[in-house]
Structure formats: structure tokens, C-alpha cells
Design a protein around this ligand. Structure first.
Ligand SMILES: [Zn+2]
Length: 213
């Protein structure tokens, strides 16, 4: 239990140190000084460890690569056994060297490929989950005009019954034709049908239209 407490205490202390403004200020000043070439240490931790961070020169890189190739050729020379075993081991070594040489490039390419696939499939999923917009349905066909019924006026704003401008336009719901309220109420009360289609109707099926309000 004591151990756990100690561990928690250390973790908390570490977090406090990392989060404190003092630490942030210190690491900022280290970075600024490093940028201005006033110090060779990039951070407080590296200063404590005595590690300088600097860019390798071309000569250093070449030296490193030649050193690596020397080590590799020495390792190949150290192979012992019959010729076929040496050939197999040499091939395996060459394989592992190639893998090591191209590991960084391969890793970058793999990450790039993975991110690309992620983006590709995400956009496909978004496309699939987008709501489908259906076109509005076509309007229903106009009702059939009965031969025995009254004819429709040429001016569609007129009432077919009184041939005047419609007053209080009202629709007969069984057919959809519009008349003056007074005209159609009187007609349906008398004949119980739509005057144009002759479809059976009653006064409860008259609706006042409020489209002009
Ligand atoms: Zn009328």
C-alpha cells in the first residue's frame, strides 16, 4: 500500500513539474537560447544528461554509412560452415540489411497509405450515410369532366356556376374543382353531386380555400 502511495505521489509530482508554468517557461527559454545558438542543449533534461542535439554534416553521414558497410562486410566474413549454408546466411543477412535500410521509407509509405485508405473509406461512408433526396411525386391526374355536367369556363379564375369572379373560393373535395362558396353550397344542397364531374357529394365535402390570405 505504501508502495502504491509512493508511486501515486511520484506520478503527481511528475505531472505537477510538467504542468507548472515554471517548467514551461524554462523549456521555452532553453528552446529560444538553442535557436539563438546561445546554448548547445535543447532542453533541461538533455542538459542534465549532457546530450547535445545538432545536425549531422554530410561528411559525418558518409562516415557513418561507410562504418556500417564495414561492419556488415565483417559480419559476412565471419560466416562459417559449408558453402551452401554460407550462401543462405549471406542472403538472409543481405535481406535484413535491405529491410533496415528501407525501414524508415517503408514506414512513411505505410503510414501514408493507411491514412489515404482511411480518408477514402471515410468519405465513402459519408456518401453512403447521406440522406437520399427523392424527387417530389408527380401531381395526380385531373378529374374527368362529365358530358352531362356543366362546362368549365375558359378563364380559370371564374366560377363555373355563376361565370363571375369567384367569391370565397371553395373546393368540392371529391373532384377538386373550385366555385364560389354560395354557388356550390346551393348546388350541392339541391343535387348532392359535383356540378362538373357529377360525382356524388354533400355539403360536408366543401372546403373554403384560403390560398389568397
Ligand atoms: Zn359563383
Amino acid at each position: 500500500m505504501l508502495f502504491l502511495n509512493d508511486l501515486l505521489g511520484t506520478a503527481l509530482l511528475g505531472r505537477l513539474i510538467l504542468c507548472s508554468p515554471l517548467f514551461a517557461g524554462l523549456s521555452f527559454s532553453y528552446q529560444l537560447l538553442y535557436l539563438l545558438d546561445a546554448t548547445g542543449f535543447y532542453s533541461l533534461g538533455l542538459h542534465a544528461l549532457g546530450i547535445h542535439v545538432c545536425r549531422a554534416t554530410g561528411q559525418e553521414l558518409m562516415d557513418t554509412s561507410s562504418r556500417i558497410s564495414k561492419i556488415r562486410s565483417r559480419e559476412r566474413e565471419r560466416l562459417r560452415g559449408p558453402p551452401w549454408l554460407k550462401a543462405v546466411q549471406g542472403a538472409l543477412l543481405r535481406c535484413s540489411y535491405t529491410m533496415l535500410d528501407y525501414a524508415q521509407t517503408g514506414l512513411i509509405a505505410a503510414v501514408f497509405f493507411f491514412k489515404m485508405m482511411e480518408w477514402w473509406y471515410q468519405s465513402a461512408e459519408e456518401r453512403m450515410s447521406a440522406p437520399t433526396v427523392y424527387p417530389p411525386p408527380p401531381p395526380p391526374p385531373p378529374p374527368k369532366v362529365a358530358k352531362e355536367g356543366i362546362s368549365l369556363p375558359n378563364d380559370r379564375t371564374m366560377c363555373p356556376l355563376c361565370s363571375q369572379k369567384r367569391a370565397n373560393p371553395s373546393v368540392v373535395t371529391v373532384s377538386g374543382f373550385v366555385f364560389c362558396y354560395a354557388c356550390i353550397f346551393k348546388y350541392i344542397s339541391q343535387y348532392n353531386r359535383c356540378p362538373i364531374t357529377l360525382m356524388p357529394s354533400n355539403v360536408d365535402q366543401i372546403r373554403r380555400l384560403f390560398h389568397d390570405m
